[in-house]
Design a protein around this ligand. Structure first.
Ligand code: 1PR
Length: 556
């Protein structure tokens, strides 16, 4: 008897498990249909794709027992897909939902905004009393392409379930529901920092009999405001590799060269060591980073899943970090030392089970787009396609490592990247830019090899294959402190609909203001300035707020 978690076997449920442990709660897993009888309260932390979730529940005989559990009146807390399954159906899938809330889940309109809706947004309760721990002034982490739109006139019965609404672009959707024993959120409390943990604690600490939520919500008019509250995200990135003694360290390169350039005999040529990955991750979470990214930067050499030290790093980091965690490096088909082949999907699955929320694919994405452009065919076993199908596209980030290729005389250039050329300002302080043009060439293996593919072609290709977000690095700017490459970020941003993270070159807090004012990018990532303590995350957010850019409070 007690608290149970439902793991349908294809989502990252480890994040929620870690949150409960950090709050001091113990729990058991629902493994088979008969376990529902033991549960006195249940959390369903569904992450991933609706179709996969329903498919797994059905295949394991859990679909009907879940419905019976919810209808029995015992406390239920659904998260993300765990909320969406309560509805009738989803535009994402042909399978039907539990049908408890009588309206469909629909797709966001991507005409005026990026989809998925990814990041920190507010949740506004319809009634100000008994808010179930939802703080209207806090931000919560959302990541989804589908939602229940708030339509009180069209679906009055369903909208009586609504507890909070949220605005994305000009659409208002249901961000949490409650009725009787049911409470469910579209956002992820387990990834929403202190505000999310407080909400979880509120639900967990209630005695069973107190889980009788308001019977029916008022049908209010929620006309969209001029702008939504989604914040711009600040991502702290840790490039991880083994140093010359075999220890995993956070390192940082200049234009991807991570070795010390000092002439002192004992340090010259050594891999720069800026700290331990888990300790730095914990520090950045406490400092208010909106997301963390761990990149295994030497995975192209050798990265068997068996005995993969990054798994332990992710596991330990996920135990103390309650904001989204992306892991990159080596997400591709591989072979273990004993000869066992491992698909990219298996590798990603191991990282999700360790506590990662997203995986980032680098080199393999370049090869996949090359194959896709040559054949025009999707490969269901491809890394992007297969991971997106099981875990949802929002869990698949593609990290691109482009390098500028300068054209001395743009007026005579008639090459394949003509339409993507960026022209240098005649008065540019950078003499390589003056009077020149350039395009952005994709590289693999940490910039070691250039490929016949442009960054725009890669971005459009991975979007078509099912990636949910693009991380745009720049080999030219990496570690230089000269600011983000705004031309590159704008070029990628206008080529795709999915969210984009700008990376490489941050040297001051003002550079973040520059990238958010100069491009419509959703997030900005930095490494060196945070590792060396030159600029704090708090300072970045203060600058953003002073410039009128929406940022999440670092204290919440
Ligand atoms: O190809 O799928 O195994 O993934 C490898 C991953 O490792 C890719 O995401 C690739 O970008 C990354 N990577 C490979 N080599 C390096 C290197 O530095 N030698 N790091 C590397 C890439 C870029 C950012 C960096 C920003 C911000 N580093 O991660 O953190 O440029 O830095 P800054 O703020 O200090 O300027 P695969």
């Amino acid at each position: 008897m007690g608290l149970f978690l439902l793991d349908y076997g294809a989502g990252n449920v480890q994040s929620l498990a870690n949150s409960l442990v950090s709050l001091g709660y113990s729990f058991q897993w629902i493994k088979q249909p008969s376990d529902f009888a033991q549960a006195t309260s249940l959390i369903f932390p569904g992450v991933g794709a609706f179709e996969t979730a329903i498919g797994h529940l059905t295949a394991r005989g859990l679909f009907q027992p879940l419905k019976e559990y919810i209808l029995s009146g015992k406390p239920y807390f659904g998260i993300c897909i765990g909320m969406q399954v309560l509805f009738e159906s989803s535009a994402e899938a042909s399978s039907m939902g539990l049908g408890i809330i009588p309206c469909p889940i629909q797709k966001f309109d991507d005409e005026d905004k990026s989809v998925p809706h990814m990041g920190w947004n507010t949740a506004d309760p319809l009634v100000s009393t008994d808010t179930e721990g939802v703080d209207a002034s806090s931000y919560y982490y959302f990541v989804h392409s589908f939602c229940a739109k708030y339509e009180p006139e069209r679906y009055p019965d369903a909208m009586r379930w609504v507890h909070t609404t949220t605005q994305y672009g000009q659409e208002v959707f249901v961000s949490s529901v409650r009725r009787g024993n049911v409470f469910a959120t579209q956002f992820h409390p387990e990834k929403s920092g202190k505000a999310g943990l407080a909400l979880l604690e509120e639900w967990l600490s209630k005695p069973e009999a107190a889980h009788t939520h308001a019977p029916s919500a008022p049908l209010l008019n929620r006309t969209p405001k001029a702008a939504h509250n989604l914040t711009k995200r600040i991502v702290a990135c840790m490039d991880v590799r083994a140093n010359d003694h075999g220890d995993l360290v956070v390192t940082k390169g200049d234009q991807y060269d991570v070795r010390e350039k000092t002439t002192t005999a004992d340090t010259a040529g050594a891999v720069r060591n800026l700290g331990k990955p888990v300790a730095l991750a914990a520090r950045y979470y406490q400092a208010g980073a909106d997301e963390l990214c761990l990149l295994n930067i030497t995975s192209f050499r050798h990265s068997p899943l068996q005995d993969q030290p990054m798994l332990a790093v992710v596991r330990a980091a996920a135990e103390c970090v309650f904001v989204p965690l992306t892991i990159g490096g080596g997400i591709k088909d591989s072979v273990d030392p004993d000869g066992t082949p491992r698909s990219a999907l298996e590798v990603a699955g191991a990282y999700f089970r360790a506590g990662a929320d997203k995986v980032s694919i680098g080199s393999e994405a370049v090869y996949a787009v090359e194959r896709y452009r040559a054949s025009g065919a999707f490969d269901p076993k491809g890394a992007i396609e297969s991971i997106a199908a099981v875990y949802g596209k929002q869990a698949v980030v593609v990290s691109i490592d482009p390098r500028r290729v300068y054209i001395d005389d743009p007026s005579t250039y008639d090459g394949p990247y003509k339409d993507e050329l960026v022209y240098g300002a005649p008065d540019s302080v950078d003499e390589r830019e003056r009077g020149k043009a350039w395009w952005y060439q994709c590289t693999v293996s940490g910039g070691r090899e250039s490929r016949p593919l442009s960054a725009v072609q890669l971005a459009q290709g991975v979007e078509a294959l099912g990636a949910g977000e693009i991380l745009v690095n720049s080999i030219d700017r990496d570690g230089t402190g000269r600011g983000f490459d705004l031309a590159l970020v704008n070029l990628i941003k206008k080529s795709v609909k999915i969210p984009v993270v700008a990376s490489s070159g941050a040297g001051t807090a003002d550079h973040f203001v520059d990238v958010f004012e100069g491009t419509p990018v959703e997030a900005a990532l930095a490494a060196g300035i945070f590792h060396r303590g030159e600029v704090g995350i708090d300072e970045v957010k203060q600058k953003m707020k002073a410039a009128g850019i929406n940022a999440r409070e670092t204290s919440k």
